[in-house]
Design a protein. Structure first.
Length: 334
């Protein structure tokens, strides 16, 4: 007898059987009694552990992670994995490079693993309905939403911060310290990624605070890589342009920039203030400690799972959750 047999005989879903066997509280007494009655009648003995019983192809949730080495995803993935397990499902994860097609990867996973749902972590911001026709299960966009695409909000769920507002807030912190020559370090101003959204927030803040956009203060590195940020800042510093602050759109990029600034003899925050967005653990151990707007990574992961599982179980329709950032003051602001 398998977990599927128990589900069939008790008239409940496989995931419900898994939750009963794992003693999860989110199961009705009626369902619990049905499952346990079948278990007792057939003298069913779990193999190894109840958790292993849930690892069937029809109980899988896929997670597609775009960006192979982004430390920002570490805590989110851990929380997603934990949440999926607690809900009685099994996580199947696939990591892809930034330039690879996450939709094609997800469609193949759905077919091969018979997924119940999908979580996209770090995808694009320009999905169209036509492009998503290959995905036939519910999905959640985690850490981003469909900013530039044409998907109807009722076709998917998302959980993220307001990236435009977070960038605005970062610039406002710098302006309040008296800075007006603010460098922005980003992947690209029109790359269709979170970089573009945060650049829009940067521009909006400059306009609101009466600061003219200076294209000489824009550093595009066409990646989110720490080494590229270091090289990009190092090369830009050779131009000897006047500036007093740097807004890096991610902690990773800020850490690379800070190394270049130190090598150029710039003291932070006395000579140059630096602020970023993300709040990854490594940036807290920089010298000086990076000042950054921290994303609630664990909350993002848990919310993504909750949104997806509720849809799979018919408890909810698609929803969109915007979470707040919090400032870690650090030591790169005065």
């Amino acid at each position: 007898m398998t977990i599927k047999d128990i589900a069939r005989l008790s008239g409940v879903s496989v995931s419900t059987v898994s939750r009963v066997l794992n003693d999860h509280p989110d199961v009705s007494e009626e369902a619990k009694e049905k499952v346990l009655a079948v278990v007792q009648e057939y003298n069913y003995i779990p193999n190894t552990s109840a958790r292993e019983l849930g690892k069937t192809s029809s109980d899988n949730i896929g997670v597609v992670v775009r960006g192979l080495s982004n430390p920002f995803y570490t805590k989110i993935i851990t929380e997603i994995g934990s949440g999926i397990e607690k809900a009685g499902y099994t996580m199947v994860m696939q990591q892809i490079a930034a330039g690879e097609d996450e939709i094609m990867t997800a469609a193949k996973m759905e077919r091969d693993k018979k997924l119940q749902g999908l979580i996209f972590l770090g995808g694009n911001l320009d999905y169209t309905k036509e492009r998503m026709t290959s995905i036939n299960v519910p999905y959640v966009c985690c850490t981003f939403n469909n900013q530039y695409g044409t998907l109807d909000k009722s076709d998917y769920s998302s959980v993220c911060i307001d990236d435009n507002q977070a960038a605005y807030d970062a610039v406002e912190y710098l302006v309040n310290e008296g800075h007006r020559k603010i460098v922005v370090l980003l992947s690209g101003v029109e790359d269709g990624s979170v970089s573009q959204v945060r650049f829009a927030g940067y521009k909006r803040a400059l306009k609101d605070f009466g600061i003219q956009l200076d294209e000489n203060l824009i550093i595009e590195i066409n990646s989110f890589n720490i080494a590229d940020a270091y090289s990009g800042m190092k090369d830009w510093l050779k131009k000897n342009r006047e500036f007093t602050a740097v807004f890096a759109i991610s902690d990773n990029m800020a850490m690379g920039a800070m190394k270049a600034l130190r090598e150029a003899g710039k003291k932070m925050p006395d000579d140059v203030a630096v602020i970023a967005i993300d709040g990854i653990e490594a940036s807290e151990y920089m010298n000086p400690v990076l000042s950054t707007l921290c994303q609630p990574m664990e909350k993002m992961g848990s919310e993504a799972v909750k949104l997806l599982v509720d849809i799979i179980n018919g408890k909810s329709t698609y929803r969109h959750v915007i979470l707040p950032t919090t400032l870690r003051e650090g030591e790169t602001l005065k």
